[in-house]
Design a protein around this ligand. Structure first.
Ligand code: APR
Ligand code: PHB
Length: 385
C-alpha cells in the first residue's frame, strides 16, 4: 500500500488531520491500535475553544456540535466558598462550547469518507529520515504502508515519539502529586456554567456534558483507587468543597463512570524529525485544569494540515519547515496557563501556610482586577495567534 501521509492514531488529532487532508484531496491512511468502539468508549473533557469549533466547521463535521453543544459565556471560580464569575463574553468578546470530546471523535469518524485501519498490532515507524514506511500486523498478517510523511497522532503512550532517537529529543515534564477522581452521572448539572473550586480539602470541578448529564471531579492522591470511593463518599466529598448554596443544589445519583486521571505537564521538542511529525498528546500533555488538551491537539493538526496541503498542492516546503516552531509557541503558552490554573486551584503537599495565603491573594486579585480576569478569559477561550 502507498499513501501520501500515514497517520498513526485515530484520536481527535489523527481524525481531524485525516479529514482536513481528505477535503483538500491529499491522500492519507489512519492506522489505529484499538477498535472504533474502544476509541469511542474513552471519556474525556468537553470544552471547545472557538478555534476548535471553527475547525469542526472546516472539517464539515460540525452539524451535531452546533445543535447539541452548549455555548458558555463564562465560568465560576470558587475559593473556600467565595464565588467569582469570569464573564468571557464581556471581558474578551468570545466564548467556549461545551461538547464532549467523545462526540467530537464520533463526528469526525462519521465524516471521514476514506477507510481507516483499526485493530492494528505492533505498529512500527521506519526510515523517516529517508523513504518512510509503517508496518503493522492485523488478523495475523503483516502489512506495510509506504508514504511521504508520517504524522504521529498516537497520544502520550504511542509509538511515534518512542521511535525518535533519544538524542534527538528534549523533553520537559512536571508530574503533579495528585490526580482527579471523576464521575459521570445522568443528572442535570448543578449550575449553568462550570465551577472550578479551590478548597483546603482539595480542588473540585463541576462540569457537564448536556442538560441531563453531568461530570464532576475531586482532587485525590495520584495513586488513589477509585474502588475505594462509593458514590456516597464522592458526593459528600464534593459537597464539602463547594460553597453551601451550590452543595445544596447538587443533584446526585448513581455514577455511570468513575476513574482517576493523573495530572502531568509534558512537552517534547522538536516536533519534526525528517518526515515524521508529532501532534496532540504524542507531543505534549497538559493538566486538565485549563481544558486545553483537546484544543491544543486541534490547533497542532490545523497547522500540520496546512503545511502538508501547501507541500502537496503548491509544492512549498515552508509550512513543513516552520511546523515545529510555530506549534511549540502556542503549546508553551497553553502549558503555562494550565500550570497556573493548576497551581491556583489545587492543594499541594508542600503548599504550607505561606502558599495558601499566596493562592488566596491570587484569587482576591482576580476578583478585584478586570485586567487579571481578562488574562484568564483570553487564555481560557483560546489565545488568538
Ligand atoms: N499505534 C497506533 N495507534 C496508537 C498507538 C500505536 N502504537 N498507540 C496509541 N494509539 C492510538 C490510541 O489508541 C488513540 O486512539 O492513538 C490515539 C491517540 O488519541 P488520543 O490519546 O486521544 O490523543 P490525541 O488525538 O492527541 O488527542 C488529544 O485527547 O487525551 C486527550 O487530553 C487529551 O483532549 C486531548 C486529546
Ligand atoms: C470535563 O468536562 O471533563 C472537563 C471540563 C473542564 C476541564 C476539565 C475537564 O477543565
Amino acid at each position: 500500500m502507498r499513501t501520501h501521509v500515514a497517520i498513526i492514531g485515530a484520536g481527535p488529532a489523527g481524525l481531524m488531520l485525516a479529514r482536513l487532508l481528505e477535503l483538500a484531496g491529499v491522500d492519507a491512511i489512519i492506522i489505529e491500535r484499538r477498535s472504533p468502539d474502544y476509541v469511542l468508549g474513552r471519556i474525556r473533557a468537553g470544552v471547545l475553544e472557538q478555534g476548535t469549533v471553527e475547525l469542526m466547521d472546516r472539517a464539515q463535521a460540525a452539524e451535531r456540535m452546533h445543535r447539541e453543544g452548549h455555548i458558555h459565556h463564562g465560568v465560576e471560580l470558587s475559593f473556600d466558598g467565595d464565588r467569582q464569575r469570569i464573564d468571557f463574553s464581556a471581558l474578551v468578546g468570545r466564548h467556549v462550547v461545551v461538547y464532549g470530546q467523545t462526540e467530537v471523535t464520533r463526528d469526525l469518524m462519521a465524516a471521514r469518507q476514506l477507510a481507516s485501519i483499526y485493530d492494528a498490532e505492533d505498529v512500527e515507524l521506519h526510515d523517516f529520515d529517508g523513504k518512510p514506511y509503517v508496518t503493522y500486523r492485523k488478523d495475523g498478517a503483516s502489512h506495510r504502508i509506504d508514504c511521504d510523511f508520517i504524522a504521529g497522532c498516537d497520544g502520550y503512550h504511542g509509538v511515534s515519539r518512542r521511535s525518535v532517537p533519544q538524542s534527538a529529543l528534549t523533553t520537559f515534564e512536571r508530574v503533579y502529586p495528585f490526580g482527579w477522581l471523576g464521575i459521570l452521572v445522568d443528572k442535570p448539572p448543578v449550575a449553568e456554567e462550570l465551577i472550578y473550586a479551590h478548597h483546603s480539602r482539595g480542588f473540585a470541578l463541576c462540569s457537564q456534558r448536556s442538560l441531563t448529564r453531568s461530570r464532576y471531579y475531586v482532587q485525590v492522591p495520584a495513586d488513589e483507587d477509585p474502588g475505594a470511593w462509593s458514590d456516597d463518599r464522592f458526593w459528600d466529598e464534593l459537597r464539602s468543597r463547594l460553597n453551601p448554596e451550590t452543595a445544596e443544589a447538587l443533584q446526585t445519583g448513581p455514577s455511570i463512570e468513575k476513574s482517576v486521571a493523573p495530572l502531568r505537564s509534558f512537552v517534547a521538542e522538536p516536533l519534526r524529525f525528517g518526515r515524521l511529525f508529532l501532534a496532540g498528546d504524542a507531543a505534549h500533555i497538559v493538566p486538565p485544569t485549563g481544558a486545553k488538551g483537546l484544543n491544543l491537539a486541534m490547533s497542532d493538526v490545523a497547522v500540520l494540515a496546512d503545511a502538508l496541503i501547501e507541500h502537496f498542492i503548491e509544492g512549498s516546503q515552508a509550512g513543513i519547515d516552520g511546523y515545529s516552531a510555530k506549534v511549540l509557541n502556542r503549546i508553551w503558552k497553553a502549558e503555562r496557563f494550565s500550570w497556573w490554573m493548576t497551581n491556583l486551584l489545587h492543594t499541594f503537599p508542600d503548599t504550607g501556610a505561606f502558599g495558601r495565603r499566596i493562592q488566596r491573594a491570587e484569587f482576591d486579585y482576580l476578583a478585584s482586577s478586570v485586567a487579571a480576569q481578562q488574562s484568564l478569559a483570553e487564555n481560557y477561550v483560546g489565545l488568538l495567534g
